[in-house]
Design a protein around this ligand. Sequence first.
Ligand code: ZN
Length: 245
Amino acid sequence: MRSSVVWLCVVALLAFATSQAAAAQHPLRLLVVTGGHGFDHDPFFDLFKTMPGVEYTEAVQPAANALYTREAAKSYDVVVLYDMVQEISDEQKQDLVRLLKKDGKGLVAIHHSMANYLYWPEFRKILGGRYYTKPLTVNGVEHSKSGYEHDVHFTVQIADPKHPITKGMKDFELVDETYSDYDIERGITPLLKVNHPKSAPVIAWTNKYGKARIVVIQSGHGPTAYSNPNYRQILENAIRWAGGK
Ligand SMILES: [Zn+2]
């Protein structure tokens, strides 16, 4: 009896040591895509510098579009979008769709990246939503221009307290830029909600796109969001969840 307990302890210790070693040896590698929209560089990247067990590479558009190939994707685990661009070639579109849908690479889209690729309908399906920088008619349906408002103080409500990204979190206050009148697909899972006239009601959600876990977080314009501990926690949880952790 006693020796079996000792053995159990040894096995448990070995498993723990192995998992710790694996965590140390295999950080979660992020490809952080920027470009096409200004932002406060150092405070933004401090978000990723301070995340334990995370490494990142910044890729600036339009060059970042070329990194969605299977070969290039061997060097990262999760794509974090913080770009705002319209240009993407047909081949690059196919690469991104395959990377997500078939290969299941995780993706977290923050703030102005919701306005990427306005003329590529599939990108709306990838994110499960879309911000319109101008009025646009898609498949005969007319979409009005989305809105934005800087420096809004609002209460963020946890919509799904059981989800791994928001588990254990309480409603919190945030000062940030809000967006309004953007599209959200029916199949998404809301994570964060807001009740404010200057904001759309759902400001963070998850989406399933093929094998890929997708998270969209509307908030994140600047340092008032970057420095908010709850915002940092949501972003970190979202990145780990998208990366399958
Ligand atoms: Zn902004």
